[in-house]
Design a protein around this ligand. Structure first.
Ligand code: NAP
Ligand code: MG
Length: 493
């Protein structure tokens, strides 16, 4: 059975605890591999290597840095199927989604490689004669990346590729549940010829390795995606240390269905958004806000659609809903279903852990729909992170927007309507970082900014050009060629 090691300064090394933990397949409870466990000692080695390597990397012309990213893209493309298989085995999402996720990393690699010939700054007229002014992007230094298990390669690509093309070095702690995909990605960086020390992989728990990264004085920024609880803790400590952070956290995303919507289209969007990746996307649809006039019709269509979703091992091409990540997740989801029932919500479908049809050795939760949910219920406010969706009825668009915006998160929202005026009002008023019109809450493309408002983030964005703002600092440069002292704000007035 394979063992997963750390990758530090270009070498594959065992973590200093000497211990390994099993990597489980959530579809069947089988052990897939064992992953090394690290401590702050390993973080120290990784940061030291990154710091040294970055000193040279920042001087490499960005188009030359980008050549390596193009190779990363080619290699990812070549190995797309293998990586997707590994990803699905350890994470559980169905293989088509696994392939889609690797494609996201491929797209990101090409896109950020292109940035090697851009990384635009500005030239700006000076207010003084014979003086030139410009702003340029400079790397921040050593970037600490902490990622969740639900998108084990896409999120790591959103963060590491812009960081590297901009001239930074990376120390990456992947989620404990998904180290195999992380290893594949790092192997590709290695094969693409990325100089040693520029990407370092340190496996281990969040409390040990993640924490040591936050504490380390030579990590200049922490780029984190994960839960609000952990994100808040990181931000609190980073604040004291004056360390930069970029945080992408939870969601409680809603699809609004108005009375003039194409209901069949909306149903497809809801089923895909709520039950794809077994509801474990940060952009998963966990609320449906429906106009009262079409509530019953929508419910009927959803119930018939839900029965067509085959559950099982995501490696089976015919399966539509895979397992959730682990037993704790299963129990947490089941607890939320109890909370929903106790609050008076009506269960229309699902609502149970699957213990039959040969699925009992995996972590399967039946796709679940609640209706007659009110915005104040916990199931309508808290992130469940499983295949559970809550239907809330409203009287009009204004009320729908109010309900959509009533949660503490602001990642993604969607609205189905045939009325262009309502669509534009929604685009203006839905308070989320991502808005879809006549499409569900998932499906972000890598060349647009990704992230959320309010409790979802801290104002930064992954992917798109916006990602460069996370991994670079602006340097403003003034060149005075007048040969005399010129005083801004004074000599020209
Ligand atoms: P998590 O428990 O917060 O873990 C995320 C990462 O942080 C893991 O690598 C984890 O390590 C690490 N970590 C845990 N405790 C830490 C600490 N004290 N200091 C530093 N790092 C620590 O989140 P998750 O359960 O893996 O992922 C699910 C969450 O991610 C959901 O809330 C979801 O909405 C969010 N998410 C958000 C986005 C977005 O872009 N907005 C995208 C995807 C997911 P271990 O694995 O060792 O615990
Ligand atoms: Mg966790």
């Amino acid at each position: 059975m394979s063992t997963i090691l750390n990758y530090i300064n270009g070498e594959w090394l065992e973590g200093s605890t000497g211990k390994f933990v099993p990597v489980m397949n959530p579809a069947n409870g089988k052990v897939l591999a064992h992953v090394t466990q690290s401590t702050e000692k390993d973080v120290q080695l990784a940061v030291q290597a990154a710091k040294e390597a970055q000193k040279l990397w920042r001087l490499v012309p960005a188009p030359e840095r980008a050549d390596i990213l193009y190779k990363v893209a080619y290699l990812l493309k070549e190995r797309k199927e293998d990586i997707a298989q590994i990803l699905t085995s350890e994470m559980g999402k169905v293989i088509d989604e696994g392939r889609g996720e690797v494609q996201e990393a491929i797209d990101m690699a090409y896109y950020m490689a292109g940035e090697g010939r851009r990384l635009f700054g500005d030239t700006i007229p000076s207010e003084l004669r014979n003086k030139f002014a410009m702003s340029v992007r400079v790397p921040v230094g050593v970037v600490g990346i902490i990622t969740p298990w639900n998108f084990p390669i896409a999120i790591a690509s959103w963060k590491s590729l812009p960081a590297l093309v901009a001239g930074n070095a990376v120390v990456w702690k992947p989620a404990t549940e998904t180290p195999m995909t992380a290893q594949e990605f790092v192997k590709i960086y290695e094969e693409a010829g990325l100089p040693k020390g520029l990407i370092n992989l340190v496996n281990g728990s969040g409390s040990k390795v993640g924490n040591a990264m936050v504490e380390h004085p030579d990590i200049d920024i922490i780029s984190f995606t994960g839960s609000n609880e952990v994100g808040k803790a990181i931000n609190g400590r980073a604040g004291e240390l004056l360390k930069r952070t970029s945080l992408e956290m939870g969601g409680k995303n809603a699809i609004t269905v108005l009375e003039d919507a194409d209901l069949d289209l909306a149903v497809e969007g809801i089923l895909w958004g709520a039950f794809g990746t077994a509801g474990q996307r940060c952009t998963a649809t966990s609320r449906v806000i429906v106009h009262q006039d079409v509530k019953k019709a929508l419910e009927d269509k959803l119930i018939s659609g839900i029965h067509e979703l085959k559950m099982g091992d995501g490696l089976d091409e015919t399966v539509k809903v895979g397992p959730v990540i682990n037993r704790e997740a299963l129990e947490r989801i089941d607890e939320y279903v109890k909370i929903g029932k106790e609050a008076g919500a009506i269960l229309l479908a699902g609502g149970k852990i699957i213990t039959e049809n040969g699925l009992e050795s995996g972590n399967y939760y039946a796709p679940t729909i609640f209706t007659n949910v009110t915005p104040d219920m916990r199931i309508a406010k808290e992130e469940i992170f499983g295949p559970v969706v809550s239907i809330i009825s409203v009287e009009n668009l204004d009320e729908a927007v109010k309900v959509n915006n009533s949660v503490e998160f602001g990642l993604s929202s969607a609205i189905y309507t045939a009325d262009v005026n309502k669509a534009f009002k929604a685009m203006r008023d839905l308070d989320t970082g991502i808005v879809y019109i006549n499409a569900g809450t998932t499906g972000a493309e890598i060349h647009l900014p990704f992230g959320g408002t309010k409790g979802t983030g801290n104002g930064h964005r992954d992917s798109g050009v916006a990602a460069l703002d996370v991994y670079t600092e602006w340097k403003s440069i003034y060149v005075d060629y007048s040969g005399k002292l010129q005083r801004a704000q004074i000599d020209n007035n």
